[in-house]
Design a protein. Structure first.
Length: 462
C-alpha cells in the first residue's frame, strides 16, 4: 500500500502543473528507488488519470553483470503492474555521464514516437532538483539554469519533483520491493555525488530544511525567467527585420542578452552555454566596423548596427535572374516591380525610371554580380553599396535592373538614366523594410547621385 500522503502529493502536483495527459505514457525505469517508486505511483494513479503505461529501460553497458540484473528486475516490476516493457541497449559502453544521458534520452524519445506517447515520465525528485540548481549555480548559470528542472519541458514529465528521495524509498518499502542500487551513485568521482555527500550536509547545518528552501528558490527563478523570456521575445520580435536584428531597437542589460540568446535558439535550434551567450552579447555591443563570431550551430555577424545569424540553411543567395516584360508585374525577393502598368500601388516607398524602347525586351532584374559597374563603367557597384552602408546580409536581395550589356539602374541607390520618354518601371521595397533600407546614409548617397544627375527622383516617406 502506497503511503496516502505521498500519493496525494504526487497526484496534486500532476494536476496543478498539468504534467500528464490521458493516453500512452513512457515511464523511464532504471530499477533504482526513484524510478521504481515512479512506476508504482503512476500504476496506482493510472485509472484516475487515464494513463496507459509503457515501461522503458536502457542498458548503458557499463557493468555487464549488474546491467543484466537491472534489466531483469525492471522486467519483473513491469509485469507486476501489468505494463509492457521496452529495453534499449547502447551500441557501445558509454564513457561519460553526458554520453550516457544522450544515448538514454534518444532511446526514450524513439520509444515515445513509436508508441505515440503523450510524454516521457522520469523519476527526478526534489533532491535531484536541489542538486541540479546548486551545480548550475557554481557553474555560473543564468536564471534558466537556476530554475533547474521544470515539471514538464520538451516532452519530459517529472511528477516526483514534489517529493524527496526519502519518500521514494518509503514507497518501495511499503510495496515490499528492494530496488536496485547503483554503486556509482556513491562514487565521489562525480560532482553531483560530491555535492550530495559533502556540500548538502554542511548546508543542512545552516538550515535543516535547505532542500525545501532551494526548491522554492528554483520555482521563483523559473517564474522570473518565464517573465523575462516573454519580455525578451517581445523585444526580439520588435527588433527583427528581414535583414537581421536591429540592435539599437533592443533594450539594454539582461533583457537584451535574453533576446539575443532567444534569437540564436530560434535560428539554430541550439541553446547557448553561459560563456557563448556572453560572447554573443559582447559582439552585439561592438561598435567598430563589421565583426563575426562562430558559435555552436552557426555564425553571428554584426555590421552597421544589424546582427544576423547565419547557418548552413540560411546563407543568403537571392533569387536568380528574372526577365522583365512590359505589362507584367512581378515580385522579386519581396520587392514589387511594376513595368508598364497603370498600377500606382508602388507609391509608398518606390523608385521609378523610364525605360527606352530599344532595351524593353532585354531588361532583367537580378542580384549584383562581381564586376558590375555603373556610370559608364567608372564606378564599381559594390562601392555604391558600401558607401550607402547597405548591410552585406541584404545586398544579395537588392534588385539590380540590367541588360545584357550591364547595369541599367539600381533602385534607391542611384538615379535612373536620363530619358526623354519610355515605359514606366516602378520598384517598391518590401513594406517592412522601407525605413530600414532608406536610412540616412542611403539618402545621402542617393541625393549626391541625384544632384549629379540633375533630375528629381522619388523616395519613400520617412
Amino acid at each position: 500500500m502506497i503511503p496516502a500522503h505521498i500519493r496525494a502529493t504526487v497526484r496534486d502536483y500532476i494536476h496543478a502543473h498539468r504534467i500528464l495527459e490521458p493516453g500512452p505514457l513512457v515511464v523511464a525505469v532504471s530499477g533504482g528507488p526513484d524510478s521504481t517508486a515512479l512506476l508504482l505511483l503512476l500504476a496506482d494513479l493510472a485509472d484516475e488519470l487515464g494513463l496507459v503505461l509503457h515501461v522503458a529501460h536502457f542498458d548503458h553497458r557499463t557493468r555487464p553483470r549488474q546491467n543484466a540484473l537491472d534489466a531483469d528486475f525492471v522486467a519483473k516490476l513491469a509485469n507486476r503492474v501489468g505494463a509492457p516493457i521496452r529495453v534499449g541497449r547502447a551500441e557501445r559502453p558509454t564513457k561519460s555521464e553526458d554520453d550516457a544521458r544522450q544515448a538514454r534520452y534518444a532511446f526514450l524519445r524513439r520509444a515515445a514516437r513509436e508508441i505515440g506517447a503523450t510524454a516521457i515520465a522520469t523519476g527526478h525528485t526534489r533532491d535531484d532538483q536541489v542538486e541540479t540548481v546548486l551545480l548550475h549555480l557554481v557553474r555560473g548559470a543564468g536564471l534558466a539554469g537556476l530554475a533547474g528542472m521544470r515539471p514538464l519541458r520538451d516532452g519530459i514529465a517529472r511528477p516526483l519533483l514534489a517529493i524527496g528521495r526519502a519518500d521514494t524509498v518509503a514507497v518501495c518499502r511499503a510495496a515490499r520491493i528492494s530496488p536496485r542500487i547503483d554503486p556509482t551513485n556513491r562514487s565521489l568521482r562525480y560532482a553531483r555525488n560530491r555535492l550530495r555527500a559533502k556540500v548538502l550536509p554542511e548546508l543542512a547545518k545552516l538550515n535543516p530544511r535547505v532542500v525545501d528552501a532551494i526548491a522554492r528558490f528554483a520555482d521563483a527563478a523559473a517564474s522570473l525567467n518565464a517573465t523575462e523570456a516573454s519580455a525578451a521575445a517581445a523585444s526580439l520580435d520588435g527588433a527583427t527585420k528581414p535583414e537581421g536584428i536591429a540592435l539599437d531597437a533592443l533594450p539594454a542589460g539582461e533583457l537584451r542578452d535574453g533576446a539575443l540568446a532567444l534569437a540564436w535558439a530560434r535560428a539554430t535550434g541550439r541553446t547557448l552555454a553561459a560563456r557563448h551567450r556572453a560572447a554573443l552579447s559582447r559582439l552585439a555591443a561592438t561598435t567598430n566596423g563589421s565583426r563575426s563570431l562562430d558559435l555552436p550551430g552557426g555564425r553571428a555577424v554584426r555590421e552597421y548596427g544589424v546582427l544576423r545569424i547565419v547557418t548552413a540553411e540560411t546563407e543568403p543567395g537571392g533569387e536568380a535572374e528574372t526577365p522583365l516584360e512590359p505589362g507584367r508585374d512581378i515580385e522579386w525577393n519581396g520587392w514589387r516591380i511594376f513595368f508598364g502598368t497603370a498600377d500606382e500601388s508602388a507609391a509608398d516607398g518606390d523608385s521609378e525610371a523610364l525605360v527606352p524602347e530599344n532595351i524593353l525586351k532585354s531588361l532583367v532584374v537580378r542580384r549584383r554580380e562581381d564586376g558590375d559597374r555603373i556610370g559608364a563603367g567608372r564606378r564599381k557597384l559594390q562601392d555604391l553599396f558600401t558607401d550607402a552602408k547597405v548591410p552585406a546580409a541584404i545586398r544579395p536581395f537588392w534588385p539590380v535592373i540590367a541588360t545584357e550589356t550591364g547595369v541599367f539602374w539600381v533602385p534607391f541607390l542611384m538615379p535612373p538614366p536620363r530619358s526623354n520618354g519610355g515605359t514606366r518601371l516602378a520598384v517598391a521595397a518590401p513594406k517592412q523594410m522601407g525605413n530600414v533600407l532608406w536610412g540616412p546614409r542611403v539618402r545621402e548617397v542617393a541625393s549626391k547621385a541625384e544632384a549629379t544627375a540633375g533630375r528629381p527622383r522619388k523616395g519613400p516617406s520617412s
